[in-house]
Design a protein around this ligand. Structure first.
Ligand SMILES: C[C@](O)(CO)[C@H](O)COP(=O)(O)OP(=O)(O)OC[C@H]1O[C@@H](n2ccc(N)nc2=O)[C@H](O)[C@@H]1O
Ligand SMILES: Nc1ncnc2c1ncn2[C@@H]1O[C@H](COP(=O)(O)OP(=O)(O)OP(=O)(O)O)[C@@H](O)[C@H]1O
Length: 278
């Protein structure tokens, strides 16, 4: 039996800098991970099967196009009994499906003793799958396939993740953009001495998908504001194409207290405190 963790992917910044002829957008994004996620387990079997368990299983019926099964087929599709413990909300901007695909690739490569698929095949599973496979903080460019390691390690930080319970499919958010040629981040990213330093830099950067996502799902604005109002929150922003927003915190205590307060305030929301990793 092999098992891999599918960590939540967080876009601390997401600049949309252009569009390719095939419609895909060029991105410049500072991507990190949060220590919360799904688990993919793979056991030997004659046929390829998938069972989905866990608190978010109800939001994701087992279907042939599940990214875990698509990842297995991209690896040759031998038999395996796959179990997905689904904890991240579906279609929520934190890469759940992409993280699951990356975890399935890792778990099956170990089970079947085969190499990972070529980068082009990984990208075909989803624009976020290469970064989820890397699993550490990087600057992401191209349409998601250009991954540049950071020159300086990021400071220790905590996050509160909050999703108001609306699932937001990614294509309409890109489609609703009014500008597709926004400026990138600076060529050289500075070194950050503390979480507060990082937050001050991030405040001068953007998620260019935020306005169009809020137009489609207005609850996102309330989510971002609710995070910003928590004591100790240094900055709040939407991740990916939404609707999940993150609040950045310097310490664990403030993040955990903030998450508890927000969960009590908004019982219908998905709220988690997690260490920033990568
Ligand atoms: C918004 C991000 O989450 C930022 O990390 C990703 O770019 C999206 O990654 P993903 O969900 O894995 O994306 P995919 O499943 O490959 O694409 C979903 C849809 O998003 C749009 N899309 C995605 C990535 C990209 N660079 N340009 C795009 O225009 C396309 O309409 C595509 O049909
Ligand atoms: N294992 C999976 N987990 C989540 N969604 C999946 C999975 N397999 C297929 N999907 C489909 O993929 C779509 C996008 O899901 P995902 O959770 O990756 O979006 P997202 O969180 O918005 O990701 P991103 O941050 O990459 O935009 C959903 O509509 C869902 O039906």
């Amino acid at each position: 039996m092999t098992e891999a963790f599918a960590q939540a992917k967080i876009n601390l910044t997401l600049h949309v800098t252009g569009q390719r002829a095939d419609g895909y957008h060029l991105l410049d994004s500072l991507v990190v991970f949060a220590a919360v996620g799904d688990t993919v387990r793979a056991e030997p079997a004659d046929r390829l099967t998938l069972e989905i368990v866990g608190p978010q299983a109800g939001a994701l019926p087992v279907a042939d196009d599940n990214l875990v099964l698509r990842a297995a087929r991209a690896m040759g599709g031998q038999g395996a009994r796959l179990t997905l413990d689904k904890r991240l909300p579906v279609a929520s901007g934190i890469g759940g499906g992409s993280a699951d695909a990356a975890a399935a690739l890792v778990a099956l490569a170990a089970l079947w003793q085969v190499p990972l698929p070529a980068p082009a095949a990984v990208l075909k599973l989803g624009a976020d799958v290469p970064v989820c496979l890397a699993g550490r903080a990087v600057r992401m460019g191209g349409v998601g396939e250009v991954l540049t390691p950071l020159d300086h390690p990021l400071p220790a930080a905590w996050m509160v993740l909050a999703n108001p319970g609306v699932s937001v499919p990614t294509p309409p958010v890109f489609k609703a953009l009014t500008r597709r040629d926004n400026p990138p981040m600076p060529d050289v990213l500075p070194a950050f001495a503390s979480a507060a330093d990082l937050a001050a830099f991030l405040a001068t950067m953007r998620n260019d998908l935020e306005a169009s996502a809020i137009a489609l799902a207005p609850d996102i604005a309330r989510t971002k504001q609710a995070l910003a109002a928590l004591p100790g929150c240094l900055l709040s922003r939407m991740s990916g194409s939404g609707a999940t927003c993150f609040g950045l915190f310097a310490d664990e205590g403030a993040a955990r207290a903030g998450a508890a307060r927000l969960a009590a305030q908004e019982p219908g929301w998905w709220v988690e405190a997690a260490r920033m990793t990568g």
